[in-house]
Write a protein that binds this ligand. Sequence first.
Ligand SMILES: [Fe+2]
Length: 454
Amino acid sequence: MTMTESRLTTSRYLSGNFAPIETEVEAFDLRVRGEIPLELTGRLLRIGPNPVTAPDPATYHWFTGSGMVHGLRLRDGKAQWYKNKFVRSDGVSEAKGWPITEGPRHGMSDGTANTNVIGYAGKTYAIVEAGGLPVELSYDLDTLRMSNFDATLPGSFTAHPKRDPFTGELHAMVYYFEWDYLQYVVVGVDGRVRKTLNVPVPGKPMLHDCSITESQVVVMDLPVTFDLEAAMSGRSLPYSWDPEYGARVGLLPRSAADGNETVWCELPELCYVYHPLNSYDLPDGRVVCDVVKHPKMFDTDKYGPFEGIPVLARWTIDPATARVHEEVLDDRGQEFPRMDERLIGQKNRFGYGASFGEGIEHGPALKHDLERGTTEVHEYGSGRVTLEPVFVPRHDDAAEDDGWIMSYVYDATTDSSDVVILNAQDFTGEPLAVISLPQRVPFGFHGNWVPDEE
Ligand SMILES: [Fe+2]
């Protein structure tokens, strides 16, 4: 048997509910069990990888599939529509024979955007890290154009900008494999970049997300780095576990004029983090940063994000000693941490997440009470598992957990999907509403509730 013949013929990331769907669907007046809160007027958007052509299962990386966006529009207590559309990267346009999407390109990216979908400054964007530009979508999720924010973005962008609840601005940490720095980017409320700052680093780390406090940007510099050998061999996501690189976290003052003002603090052990939950300043100058922490990444599995159970941990970062104290807050396997985003950068009491067990087994939703040190678990029923849960406040002045948890839920017993709305203050109680979707929504990455006024 040759090496080629002995390689995998199936991929976990192309099987079951990871498998792509082929069709774009529009459905109207969807069936609802229960009652959709009348306050909810907008779209619950979600995105994930959905390869437009069948990839080689032996080399397919979950993070690299073409983007497909899903949306559910709610109004007047009704589920008005569900739509799903490919994000029209050059690869998608070529495969489908569709016109090439207008707008700029960056680096080697073909415009694939598959990781997050946001509303900002009156527009809808599919976004991604590692080189691709934001892709502007219409309200109905059609691809309009690639965007570099009116030519104000010098390089690439991220899938995880953080919106400052006071200023409304987006704060992002950005990377690209040709750069020997990370780049801090601030997008103003006019949708144009108003500040960039390069933060030198000793290698080329993968940086998925960032976190902000009132005064600082929390910058992760962790041991998953660009792997030239893997790139030369054609691996689609050439980043590998690199324990020699070390693990540290930086505090970059938001007011900094130079990226070298970053204060780097060593982490007590190697790890990888995709997603912080939140960060905030302490009065003595330390910073608390809660994260979902993986023991390592892309060491034995080069094609997806599982190298052991990811847990919720708290970093207390002390710039005076350049050290970080770490404690595990909850050792259940979990990912996709979310919160009430009105408290980004402030001390939050509650956090939410999706179960993420052995082999990326999806499951119930979690609600953490960080003040009491307790966690509630919402089970969606036999065979039913949640994708990323999104918190939506009841109104602008509502208490921190006064609102709803909305998520796309997959039912393996019927191979179908629903959107489920929970009362966040009655987390383990019966759902308020279950909205039936016309097709399953594959496991993927992120999404947001985008109210119509945004
Ligand atoms: Fe993410």
